[in-house]
Design a binder for this molecule. Structure first.
Ligand code: B16
Ligand code: MG
Length: 215
């Protein structure tokens, strides 16, 4: 049982929407361009919640590229990603997502986003949920990405709630690590074996109510 929080900070990719498949397809396109082997399993195990640069570093590990080439590859992957997400709509929001965010607000709890993605605001606008949010911390907000606690601490500051009474919700083990390092309660979404430090694990957030998150 989790204690009632003053704020709930949601990760975006893999929690409120399933953009992780689009990230995979965009990285796969880039890896194919470069003739580098890259699998779905590697994506799930190593890139979930990890920043754009660190994701690329994993994919090209052991190969020599200049900083200019690295920048160009990150830009290229992002163009592939933009093409894939351009058709997203409110239908791509987690089922019951809008009702859940509204219910949390109605209970007097702040709602914030803690996403490592630099595309976060674009995706939030496509999902049409920006109006339900009290604060947005994204890949442009802090220097150190997950598993560093910075993004979640920054999100707590945006909504003016002490970290000790915040609840973070994540689909990545790196994200759960970030939430626990920030001194928050952590709710993990996904299979039990993926997580090490979560306070509670739910297989999915689809059609859940506030009480389901806390019980
Ligand atoms: P971008 P989250 C993360 O978002 C994704 O899980 C991860 O796959 C991605 O590489 C990272 O954002 C950076 O994304 O290239 O859009 O800046 O899960 O923290 O919402
Ligand atoms: Mg995620």
């Amino acid at each position: 049982m989790l204690k009632k929080p003053g704020a709930i900070i949601f990760d975006l990719d893999g929690v409120l929407t399933d953009t992780s498949e689009y990230h995979y397809q965009a990285w796969k396109h880039l890896a194919d361009d470069e003739g580098i082997p890259f699998t779905h399993e590697e994506n799930d195990e190593h890139l979930r919640g990890v920043s754009r640069r660190e994701s690329l570093m994993y994919i090209i590990r052991g190969r020599q590229y200049s900083e200019d080439q690295i920048q160009e590859m990150m830009d290229r992957k992002n163009r592939y990603y933009h093409d894939l997400i351009s058709h997203m709509s409110p239908n791509d929001l987690l089922p019951g997502g809008r009702a859940l965010l509204q219910e949390i607000r109605d209970a007097g709890i702040k709602v914030a986003i803690g996403s490592g993605s630099k595309n976060c605001r674009m995706v939030l606008d496509l999902l049409q949920i920006t109006d339900l949010l009290d604060g947005i911390a994204d890949g442009n907000s802090v220097v150190n990405g997950k598993p560093a606690p910075d993004l979640f601490v920054y999100a707590a500051g945006l909504v003016n709630i002490p970290v000790a009474v915040c609840l973070g919700v994540e689909d990545a083990d790196a994200g759960i690590e970030a939430i626990k390092s920030a001194g928050m309660q952590a709710l993990a979404i996904g299979p039990q074996e993926r997580f090490h430090r979560a306070d509670k694990i739910l297989p999915t957030l689809a059609n859940k109510h506030l009480q389901d998150l806390l019980d």
